[in-house]
Design a protein around this ligand. Structure first.
Ligand code: 8X3
Length: 255
């Protein structure tokens, strides 16, 4: 499948994996709807991608935690771009790293509302469009954290486990509609992920990626591009990707 003149909606496109996927798709002539909370960052990205690749990009400031906001934002998409071909559910975050008995309720709410409810809200609006045209693809960015809990990961791991289950459920419920679903579970990717997890503590965040070579957003974007460009009869359902020095969430070879 060629991405030329297709439309992809990428959530959480202001930085990291989302930004890398939006950029990679634009390089392949895909029009874009990009969403994020930090609208100044996606506005800049939109200008850059339009100038470089001549694609159409619209930006939507969107906090996906509230369904009414998501619906209003979705309704504002111009009709010619509403025929979304690819939905990349990338928006998500880890907030805090503490035992469940010491967990911060606000951190839990933010992760559950963004990683699970936000993904469901967007999908609920986009999937009927794909079903109506008997084609489309959903790429859910989950995490290695969804495959097994790790110490102090508790609620983050649970939300990513939920994303994994939602991906499975989507593939089942959409069977026969022509809509494809792929779940991607990245391991350690050097993005703002740890900075967000540690509430802006850059020293702690940098330590996470020291003494080995982590993945970068572009590594995941390459995979998303491969998934999105398979012929219509091919559905890649599930991918786990880690740095070579990472075997599991906790087994990392630091030099
Ligand atoms: C990010 C990967 O292992 O830091 O989702 O949780 S991990």
């Amino acid at each position: 499948m060629n991405l030329k003149n297709k439309v992809a909606l990428v959530t959480g496109a202001s930085a990291g994996i989302g930004k890398a996927i939006a950029t990679k798709f634009a390089e392949h002539c895909c029009n874009l709807i990009i969403t994020a909370r930090r609208v100044n960052l996606i506005d800049e990205l939109s200008k850059e991608l339009t100038a470089k690749y001549g694609v159409r990009v619209i930006t939507i400031e969107n906090d996906i935690r509230n369904f009414e906001n998501v619906k209003i934002a979705f309704d504002s998409i111009p009709d010619e771009l509403k025929k979304i071909d690819i939905l990349v559910n990338n928006a998500g975050l880890a907030r805090g790293l503490s035992t469940i008995q010491d967990g911060d309720i606000n951190d839990w709410e933010e992760m559950i509302d963004t990683n699970m409810k936000g993904l469901l809200y967007i999908s609920r609006l986009v999937l009927p469009i794909m079903v109506a045209k008997s084609s489309g693809m959903v790429i859910n960015i989950s995490s290695i954290a969804g495959r097994a809990a790790y110490p102090k990961g508790n609620v983050y791991c649970a939300t990513k486990s939920a994303v994994r289950t939602i991906s499975e459920a989507m593939a089942i419920d959409l069977n026969g509609t022509g809509v494809r679903v792929c779940n991607i579970d990245p391991g350690m990717v050097e993005t703002e992920f740890s900075l967000v997890r540690f509430h802006g503590d850059s020293e702690k965040a940098e330590n996470v990626y020291k003494q080995f070579t982590p993945l970068i957003g572009e590594d995941i974007a390459d995979i998303a591009l491969f998934v999105a460009t398979r012929p219509g009869h091919v559905m890649i359902q599930d991918i786990m990707v880690t740095p070579t020095d990472q075997a599991t969430a906790m087994v990392v070879n630091r030099k």
